[in-house]
Design a protein around this ligand. Structure first.
Ligand code: OSB
Ligand code: MG
Length: 363
């Protein structure tokens, strides 16, 4: 197929409730949907999920847009490709910037699947029609709102709860949740908020039957995570650290974690994500699918991807109603018995609603 046109559709999505993590509050999320068109007029769509500030990883919404426009688009304009896996090679000259790469790479996978007349489920050899999902809860101001929030999501049917923590907001909230929800599948995510000297706070969490502790230390550290994992039964899960299969191999070799939070955009796209899933399966390393407050385009991809057999732990894939007042697609994904149902159409399987968005033709 030949890449004949690339457009960008932008919109600022307001969150229903501001989301607070150890690094800041998010009340609005700028989103860009990239549309890639081939010589037959087929279109593929990919979502840029980067956040406004460089406080999760280095990339931001704006830096990713510059990288896409100035460096990535010229690498694929007018190119003829046989398979979307070639995109990773074409992009190799650009270092890092995985979320920028993923926005285009996932769009080209969508385009490829549509040309073949296949859904992503077919392309990823997925047999499941629905998958159980979990929810990620931001830092809460007090115990009452924390419990109310957990209660609400449990009642809606979410099968696993992830609580954001930071030093000083960790042991107590977990005690409170455990007291009221002794059987809940519960985990925490620190988004690199801890230093090694604070590791006793983390080892103390070992007694609360948490499914895992996500990313306590810095995003480039493998050694301190390894030290901590040696001292704990609870699995350490790496998120920010993992940008490629190489990172997964290093973490596994050193014993820095017992689980990987895989996000397609954080590893540069579907080709790398598939390699990671394969490696984790071969090496019995737990892998599950994380989220980036996606709108519908990104969410539908996540759903099809997380339905692969390798994923046995509920992903951070919320129902459509959870985050935003509006969406980037016509369809809505609703919770039924703790599960979301996979999209059925070709490629990402949903219909983008781009008419209200700001359009820019990049090529
Ligand atoms: O650390 O997993 C994270 C959202 C944005 C950036 C980083 C993270 C998150 C979440 C929410 O935890 C996941 C989601 O529901 O999309
Ligand atoms: Mg995380």
């Amino acid at each position: 197929m030949k890449i004949q046109k690339i457009e960008c559709f932008q919109h600022l999505f307001e969150l229903k409730q501001p989301f607070q993590t150890s690094y800041g509050v998010l009340s609005h999320k700028p989103v860009a949907i990239y549309c890639v068109t081939d010589e037959r007029g087929n279109q593929g769509f990919g979502e840029l999920v980067a956040l406004p500030c460089p406080d999760y990883i280095e990339e931001t919404f704006q830096t990713a847009q510059v990288i896409i426009k100035r460096f990535l688009v010229p690498l694929i304009s007018n190119q003829t490709i046989q398979h979307p896996k070639e995109i990773r090679e074409l992009f190799r000259a650009v270092r890092g910037n995985e979320m920028a790469k993923s926005a285009l790479e996932t769009a080209i996978w969508d385009l490829y699947a549509k040309r073949l007349g296949q859904s992503f489920s077919q392309l990823f050899s997925v047999k499941r029609k629905k998958i159980p999902v979990g929810v990620s809860i931001g830092l809460q101001t007090d115990e009452h709102s924390l419990l109310k929030s957990v209660e609400e999501y449990v009642q809606k049917g979410y099968t696993r709860v992830k609580l954001k923590i930071k030093p000083g907001y960790d042991i107590r909230p977990i005690q409170v949740i455990r007291k009221h929800f002794p059987e809940l599948e519960l985990m925490v995510d620190a988004n690199s908020a801890y230093s090694f000297s604070e590791k006793e706070r983390l080892t103390e969490l070992d007694q609360y039957r948490l499914a895992m502790i996500e990313q306590p230390f810095s995003a480039s550290d493998f050694l301190e995570h390894c030290e901590l994992q040696k001292e704990m039964t609870t699995k350490i899960c790496l998120d920010e650290n993992i940008r490629s299969l190489e990172d997964v191999k290093l973490a596994h070799f050193l014993g820095s974690c017992g689980a990987i939070n895989l996000k397609i955009p954080r590893v540069g796209g579907i080709a790398e994500a598939l390699d990671i899933v394969h490696y984790c399966q071969e090496n019995s390393l737990m892998v599950w699918l994380g989220g980036m407050f996606e709108t519908g385009i990104g969410r539908s991809l996540n759903l099809s991807f997380a339905a692969q057999d390798a994923f046995c732990f509920p992903g951070d894939i919320s129902a459509s109603e959870r985050y935003f007042f509006e969406d980037s697609i016509e369809e809505t994904f609703s919770l039924e018995n703790g599960c979301l149902t996979l999209p059925k159409g070709k490629g990402i399987g949903v219909h983008p609603t781009l008419s209200k968005m700001n359009k820019e033709v990049l090529f």
